[in-house]
Design a protein around this ligand. Structure first.
Ligand SMILES: Cc1cc2nc3c(=O)[nH]c(=O)nc-3n(C[C@H](O)[C@H](O)[C@H](O)COP(=O)(O)O)c2cc1C
Length: 192
C-alpha cells in the first residue's frame, strides 16, 4: 500500500488538505497526518472540525507535530510522498533554511535528503520576498511548489470545484488516477 506524509500547516486553505486526504484514502493510500498548531486553528475556523475528526478514517494516522521520534522523522522509514498542504510561509522558510524543529518540517527535510517526492502547497497573497526566494531555492532543489491557485478555464461553479482543481494537480504529481475536474483537451477555445 502506498504511504504518504501529509502536513496541514497554518496557512488558510485547510480544506485543500481535507480534500487531499479524502482523495488519498479513496485511492487506497495510507497517510501519516501532521497538523501544526495554527493548522488546527485554521482547520477549525474554515472546516469546523478537529484534527481527531479529520483522522477518523482508518487509513489515516494522526501524528503529534512535537514528536520528532515519529516514523516520518527518519529517512529509514520509507514513504512514497510528502505533501505540505496548505503550507504557510513560515514552514516554507524553515524548510528552505534546513530547520527541522517540528515533525512537519523534519519530515519535509527527510524527503529532501532522501531525494523523495516533496510537494509544497503555499497559500499567501501577496508573497513576501523571503518566501519567494525560499520557494525559488526549493524548486531548484527538486521540491514541487504547487500553489493553491485554481484555474478558471473549467468554469468552476462552487468552492468544491476550486478546491478540486488544486487537489487534482497534486494527485497528478503522485500519478494517482482521478476524476477531479475535466482535463484540457485543446478544443475548448474553438467551441466557445
Ligand atoms: C487564522 C490564520 C490564518 C493564517 N493564514 C496564513 C496564510 O494564508 N498564509 C501564511 O503563510 N500564513 C498564514 N498564517 C500565519 C501562520 O499560521 C504562522 O506564520 C504560523 O507561524 C505558521 O506556523 P506553521 O507553519 O508551523 O503552521 C495564518 C495564521 C492564522 C492564525
Amino acid at each position: 500500500m502506498p504511504e504518504a506524509v501529509v502536513a496541514i500547516t497554518g496557512a488558510s486553505g485547510a480544506r485543500y488538505g481535507v480534500r487531499l486526504l479524502d482523495a488519498l484514502c479513496e485511492a487506497g493510500w495510507s497517510t501519516h497526518l501532521i497538523i501544526t498548531r495554527e493548522g488546527a486553528i485554521n482547520l477549525n475556523l474554515e472546516c469546523g472540525i478537529t484534527p481527531e475528526e479529520l483522522a477518523s478514517n482508518s487509513l489515516i494516522t494522526l501524528e503529534d507535530n512535537d514528536n520528532l521520534a515519529a516514523r516520518s522523522a527518519s529517512g529509514s522509514a520509507r514513504f512514497d510522498a510528502y505533501i505540505v498542504c496548505p503550507s504557510s510561509g513560515t514552514t516554507i522558510g524553515k524548510i528552505a533554511a534546513g530547520i527541522s524543529d517540528n515533525l512537519a518540517t523534519r519530515s519535509a527535510l527527510v524527503a529532501m535528503k532522501e531525494r523523495r517526492k516533496l510537494i509544497l502547497v503555499p497559500r499567501e497573497s501577496p508573497y513576501a520576498t523571503p518566501h519567494l526566494r525560499a520557494m525559488a531555492n526549493l524548486s531548484e532543489w527538486g521540491v514541487v511548489i504547487l500553489p493553491a491557485s485554481p484555474g478558471f478555464y473549467n468554469k468552476p461553479e462552487s468552492i468544491e470545484d476550486l478546491v478540486d482543481f488544486v487537489v487534482a494537480r497534486i494527485l497528478d504529481q503522485l500519478n494517482i488516477d482521478h476524476n477531479l475536474g475535466r482535463r484540457w483537451t485543446g478544443d475548448e477555445i474553438g467551441s466557445q
